[in-house]
Design a protein around this ligand. Structure first.
Ligand code: XMP
Length: 509
């Protein structure tokens, strides 16, 4: 296993994912991890991530320097390199300006980390540079503007890169990371199929004969987690899908038929749409709506859990689709991550005393999709766009009413339908429609029309933290708009959202 130590760099998760792609398990730890803790974990190698700070700042994040004495190979990337330089008494100074983008390194000497590389394109993003390398360290590459683009200490097996090997714009980055794994003599045994077997064995042992309750939403994570548990414990798993009335058109039927197809023995769908709508009446603020939806969800789920327990006997476990990024503390916790978490982690009354079963807690999203494929879940179900917990509740702007929900469902259906028909669905990270709480004037036939304004939004993104609005051909937008205006009663205008995130968010509320 390789431990990646997080100094708050935006690519920290990417480093771990790249290492896993190379076949070795990688786990992220905060920079506060001690040498003692690392020694117990006994990793094959340690990678220090980049980060936004300068090592010369007073409150710069530092590392327990005893980690360098463990005899475990260390690779520092960007901030990680500068931290190594500082720890071993090198000199780090701000460069003439911030360097951000592509550059070419010239490799010299015999650094085993850069084996097989000569003149290569790399990607850098830094302000500070190493002006003088510590004693015992050798400069192994330079660019025209950065004298120390990499350095290493052969004796100590410590390596540093000023550039980012984990990003796409460093084409030979994978060779470098692979060289590091060789230096670490790390085994390449992180194979999803074998890890999956191990997890299934562990769940079986943990659950024994006991029953497991699980809330499912039709989203990829809860779907894959539930199918995985169902494969091994079909008689013990009880899945509950709550229809909150804030779902897309035909969603309930879709989820019910999917779970039927995947051979679930105990699948229950609860129609709570009236309850949700009544709780939402009169609420207009996004946060109060979110809270009301979350609260009602837990209440409905608890009621169903109690009912199931009365009927089928004691339930001991709660299954959840938590994935690795959900539970890893980032140095810069994002608004989105924390929100998603609060919706994922249902809490149940203490008296039920449920322990958690989280089969996907070690995996990244792309790995979860791979597991889903191994479990023979249809591709269309695995490649669905993300959908927020509060559903259309945050897409009906202002007060949520049945009328607006019904109009929005039709609008959204046409948009998604056209995306699929025109081959744009899989190329888009997320697409949605929203309805405004105000009306606009139009003419339909010869009559004056006064109806709602709707907006379409489609974004491209990697993780939802930042997003670009999708540039569709005019002809596509024209087709969608004309279908909506002709087929949906109650819509006078169709707008297309051209706001980037940041400063806009993906959802309207
Ligand atoms: P924003 O709007 O924050 O959305 O740019 C980023 C991603 O998070 C989803 N999202 C949510 N998911 N509960 C969820 O489960 C929420 O309250 C929530 N708000 C936003 C959003 O759909 C997008 O994928």
């Amino acid at each position: 296993m390789i431990t990646v130590i997080n100094f708050g760099g935006q690519y920290c998760h990417l480093i771990a994912r790249k290492i896993r792609e190379l076949g070795t398990k990688a786990e992220i730890f905060p920079f506060t991890v001690s040498a003692e803790e690392l020694k117990k974990l006994n990793p094959d190698g340690i990678i220090l991530s980049g980060g936004p700070a300068s090592v010369n700042e007073i409150n710069a994040p530092l590392l327990d320097s005893k980690i360098f004495d463990l005899g475990i190979p260390v690779l520092g990337i960007c901030y990680g390199l500068q931290l190594i330089a500082k720890t071993f008494n090198g000199v780090i100074k701000p460069g003439p300006s911030r360097e951000y983008g592509k550059n070419i390194i010239s490799v010299k000497g015999n650094d085993p980390l850069l084996k097989g590389l000569k003149k290569e394109q790399v990607w850098l993003s830094h302000f500070d540079t190493v002006k003088s390398v510590p004693k015992d360290f050798i400069v192994s590459s330079s660019t025209k503007t950065c004298l120390v683009s990499s350095m290493y200490s052969k004796n100590k097996k410590i390596f540093g890169l000023q550039f980012h090997p984990e990003v796409h714009h460093t084409p030979k980055g994978k060779i470098i990371l692979s060289n590091f794994l060789k230096i670490c003599t790390a085994k390449k045994d992180w194979k999803i199929s074998s890890v999956l077997m191990q997890i299934q064995k562990e769940i079986k042992e943990k659950a024994g004969e006991e029953k497991i309750l699980m809330g499912v939403s039709g989203g990829v994570d809860s779907l894959v987690a539930s199918v995985l548990i169902n494969k091994i414990l079909p008689n013990q798993l009880f899945c509950v899908f709550i229809d909150n009335g804030l779902m897309r058109k035909n969603e309930k039927q879709y989820i019910e038929s999917l779970y039927k197809k995947m051979n679930f023995k105990h699948f229950f769908s609860v129609d709570a749409s009236k309850e949700f709508l009544s709780v939402l009446t009169g609420l207009t603020g996004p946060e109060e709506k979110r809270k009301a939806i979350g609260f009602t969800f837990i209440k409905v789920f608890e009621d169903k859990a109690v009912e199931l327990e009365q009927k089928h006997g004691k339930i001991s476990f709660l299954g959840q689709g938590t994935i690795y990024p959900d539970r890893i503390e980032s140095a810069e916790p994002s608004k989105t991550a924390s929100k998603i978490k609060s919706h994922h982690n249902l809490s149940l009354p203490d008296k039920m005393n449920l322990s958690l079963i989280e089969p996907l807690r070690e995996f990244y999203k792309d790995e979860v999709r791979e597991i889903g494929t191994l479990l023979k879940i249809p591709k269309t179900a695995l490649d669905r766009h993300p959908f927020p917990g509060p559903g259309l509740g945050v897409r009906v702007l202002g007060e949520v009413t049945k009328e607006k929900l019904d109009i929005l469902r039709e609008v959204d259906f046409i948009f998604i339908d056209e995306l699929k028909k025109n081959n744009f669905y899989d190329k888009t990270w997320q697409a949605l429609a929203a309805i405004f709480p105000v009306k606009a004037v139009g003419v339909k036939g010869d009559a004056r029309d006064y109806s709602f304004i709707v907006a379409l939004r489609a974004v491209n993104s990697v993780d939802g933290m930042t997003a670009d609005w999708t540039k569709f051909p005019d002809s596509f937008l024209e087709k969608v708009s004309s279908r909506i205006l002709n087929e949906v009663n109650g819509v006078a205008r169709v707008l297309y959202d051209i706001s980037q995130k940041p400063p806009a968010t993906i959802e309207f509320e």
